[in-house]
Ligand binder design. Structure first.
Ligand code: XIL
Length: 390
């Protein structure tokens, strides 16, 4: 396997080279200096390293009373906050943390440059805090949530100004209310080997280059110095060179940020578990140890099960889901407990998988710990038992 430095230099600086025609206002090096880029120069100008902020151990969900356990949380679509009380009650009863699934995303919060729509996110965050839960934010930078008005900005300096202003204002508004933020989400190339690139081709990469990553982390740290700042990523869970490469690139980004004294506290593994892929227990364990050695925490941020290729048999699907969640959590716990485990919803009735990866046979997907009628499924038991650490 290639070593990390090699990948950084070849891939990240390669990307910088491809940006070398950008106007000098980008602050990017020109072609001559690109050739001698080092990690430090890539990310130069970082803020002082932040003290790694601890997650309050005090997520005071009822389930914590019995002993120490890893806090369990779930994301909720703010439009469902007005739904039935039984649905909201699930979050009250089973979660230590409740977070907005979409309402803090850039395009929803800023549909136009002048509209800052905080209300949907406030609704969820207030619900969480008033019920004694914690909350967290996702996400400042995501290719899937860049508004059209931003993508129309061609000037790199203007794009940087908009990005920093957005992160600072939103970060400041929720200061003290959120444990932390996914500062950048899904910045690694989907298939780095096949695409021969380390970072995903996004508006932010095209306009600002790789430095949009430290820019975002610095702005988030400025806005809320005690928030736990995370890089969030998918497909870090499986076996194979494609996934090894994705894990390697994540570690490389973390090291580059640290080398430039840019505060990064955590890596979020989304944990969208495909029933048809093999979870790589050893690789996850190594990844966890590598992050730990760097002083960076590991979170599970979007846990659910994608069973679109499994036989359409609810009992078998639920058994598979419980086995997958068990295998994944066992891999994470092998080194030490993760900081937090967050499910991407609670009931099969409301899951993004129904929209984005519906089963071709029309049968029900069963991604979450409660079924469509809010009845608990076996993977809830796995969570209950596996998150207890003492
Ligand atoms: C999804 C939400 O679940 C949907 O409701 C929304 O329409 C689109 O985004 N990876 C991520 C999440 O990082 O933000 C995505 O959430 C799911 C995939």
């Amino acid at each position: 396997m290639r070593n990390v430095d090699d990948i950084e230099d070849r891939r990240l600086s390669g990307k910088m080279e491809s940006r070398s025609t950008a106007p000098s206002t980008t602050g990017l090096p020109d072609r001559t200096s690109t050739a001698t880029l080092t990690r430090r120069s890539l990310l130069a100008g970082g803020v002082a390293a932040g003290i790694v902020s601890a997650l309050p151990g005090g997520a005071a969900g009822p389930a914590r009373a019995a002993g120490r356990r890893v806090p369990f949380g779930a994301a909720i679509q703010s439009e469902l906050m007005n739904g039935g009380p039984a649905y909201r009650q699930l979050f009250v009863e089973h979660c230590d943390l409740v977070m907005p699934m979409n309402a803090l995303k850039f395009n929803l919060m800023r549909p136009t440059r002048d509209i800052w729509d905080f209300e949907p996110a406030d609704k969820v965050v207030d619900f969480a805090l008033s019920n004694g839960k914690t909350s967290r934010g996702t996400c400042h930078v995501w290719w899937g949530a860049t508004p059209g008005w931003v993508e129309a900005i061609e000037s790199p300096s203007e794009a940087e100004r908009v990005l920093v202003e957005h992160i600072e204002r939103v970060g400041d508004r929720y200061k003290g209310k959120l444990l932390g933020w996914d500062v950048v989400n899904e910045v690694v190339a989907n298939d780095p080997i096949y695409e021969n690139r380390s970072l995903r081709d996004t508006y932010w990469l095209r306009t600002l280059g790789p430095r949009h990553i430290p820019i975002a982390f610095k702005a988030a740290a400025n806005a809320d110095p005690t928030a736990e700042l995370a890089l969030n990523e998918y497909d870090l869970e499986y076996k194979g060179p494609h996934y090894d490469e994705r894990r390697t690139i994540v570690l490389s980004i973390v090291r580059q940020l640290q080398d430039a004294n840019v505060k990064i506290d955590a890596v979020g593994m989304q944990g969208h578990l495909y029933a048809d892929k093999v979870i790589d227990v050893d690789a996850i364990d190594r990844f966890h140890r590598d992050l730990d050695a760097l002083g960076v925490k590991l979170l599970v941020t979007e846990l659910d099960v994608i069973d679109w290729k499994s036989a359409p048999d609810p009992q078998a699907q639920d058994k598979t889901a419980a086995a997958l969640v068990t295998r994944f959590l066992d891999a994470l716990f092998a080194h030490k407990p993760p900081e937090l485990v967050i499910a991407w919803g609670l009931t099969d009735r409301y899951s993004w998988i129904n929209d984005v990866m519906p089963r071709p046979d029309g049968a029900e997907s069963r991604p979450l710990p409660f079924d469509r009628d809010l009845r608990p499924k076996p993977w809830l038991d796995v969570i209950r038992k596996r998150l207890a650490v003492a």
